[in-house]
Design a protein around this ligand. Structure first.
Ligand code: PLP
Length: 386
């Protein structure tokens, strides 16, 4: 069993993908060829965004968004520490300072109620992350931003296709930034990403920054990067888009099936999904005690797992200097417990049953090797394992 099955996806789409790749080889416009424009139109339509600007990766999308907003040295961007490093990394690279606000324990998304306390006169933007494929409380986040005149960049690297109150992730704030890394909900066969915005000026800025700040050929009006999406990757994405709605349905069905099968299992907590939105399950993540033991048992049973993420950013050497007034204790606690299970649109029910069976055995094993409840009650609170 694979953690994410990309081979089955290619097998299902092979004629379409191969034909699209061949078309690019035939016309030879490898940089900003016609497929790039076609993809941008399709993605803008899919998300109901005015503009889509494809870029070289999800990381590049975040950087270009911050550059388009003209982030200045020392400007603060409020974000979550419970994310992939690229989120805070690009804030620092763009000259800013990440300011961490803690997460909600049940969704692991940034806690919108903790953001306003972190706003200062230096705050320029909020960068929430739609973790595991679910958008955070974006209305509340946008309201804080509006009160203080801040931009909001949704790091939607894990949530392309997700719905929030009937609207698509990526089209919910100043900028939406997504990734087409192969294992993301919509992946290409290399690096890729896209930015979404309704603001004409910001879209123009992002387009210029993507090609070294050029407003015309060899007219460099601003600082930019080499941040284009390859035509070949755009062609692959166009072929994959044809099956994407089906994949979203499969992901939803497999996610719901996990929810059902794991609902009564003691020792396994699930990440909550709010009723007014869905998750595209970039990861299907659960929370267990004794994670290392559970992972070892699952591995022995042939079930691969992964941890997203073992250490929140305020504990990482490169980012601990940005620790602020929010202790981010919830992030610390959840980072020690989260574990992602195999998930992809092509995961079979038989394989999913094997995952659930192996997990049931693993958590029972680890529970029976832990001190019993009576022993635990006699321990000081900090020493308990519950
Ligand atoms: C994957 C990811 C990124 C980076 O995307 P790349 O395309 O790999 O550069 C950024 N943020 C989050 C939350 C991600 O999961």
């Amino acid at each position: 069993m694979q953690f994410i099955d990309l081979k089955a996806q290619y097998a299902a789409l092979k004629p379409r993908i191969d034909a699209r790749i061949q078309q690019v080889l035939d016309h030879g416009q490898y940089i900003l060829g016609p497929e790039v424009k076609e993809l941008e139109q399709s993605l803008a339509k899919f998300t109901s965004s005015r503009h889509c600007i494809t870029v070289a990766s999800g990381t590049e999308a975040l950087l270009i968004a911050l550059m388009a907003l003209d982030l200045k040295a020392g400007d603060e961007v409020i974000t979550t520490p419970f994310t992939f490093a690229a989120t805070a990394e690009m804030i620092v690279l763009a000259g800013g300072r990440p300011v961490f606000a803690d997460i909600e324990a049940d969704t692991c998304n940034i806690d919108a109620a903790r953001i306003e306390a972190q706003v200062t006169s230096r705050t320029r933007a909020i960068m929430p992350v739609s973790l595991y494929g679910q958008v955070p409380d974006m209305d509340e986040i946008n309201a804080v931003a509006a009160r203080h005149g801040l931009a909001v960049i949704e790091d939607a690297a894990q949530s392309f296709g997700a719905l929030y109150k009937g609207r698509r992730s990526c089209a919910l704030s100043t900028f939406g930034a997504t990734s087409f890394f192969p294992s993301k909900p919509l992946g290409c066969y290399g690096d890729g990403g896209a930015l979404f915005t309704d603001d004409d000026g910001l879209a123009q800025a992002a387009r210029e920054i993507r090609v070294h700040g050029q407003s015309g050929r060899y007219v460099h009006t601003r600082l930019g990067v080499g941040g284009r999406l390859d035509t070949l990757q755009a062609a692959i994405l166009l072929a994959k888009l044809e099956r994407f709605e089906w994949e979203l349905e499969r992901r939803a069905a497999i996610g719901e099936r996990y929810e059902r099968l794991l609902a009564g299992l003691a020792g396994v907590q699930r990440v909550a999904v709010r009723g007014d939105r869905n998750s595209v399950y970039a990861q299907y993540t659960v929370k267990v005690e004794d994670r290392a033991a559970v992972q070892t048992a699952l591995q022995a049973a042939g079930v691969p797992t992964a941890v997203h993420y073992p250490k929140p950013l305020h504990r990482q050497p490169a980012y601990e200097q940005y620790r602020g007034s929010d202790p981010c204790a919830v992030s610390d606690r959840e980072a020690a417990r989260v574990m992602s299970l195999p998930m992809s649109a092509d995961l079979s029910e038989a394989d999913q049953d094997r995952v659930v069976q192996a997990l049931t055995v693993a958590v029972n094993l680890s529970a029976s090797s832990r001190p019993d409840a009576a022993t635990q009650r006699s321990l000081p609170r900090a020493a308990r394992v519950d």
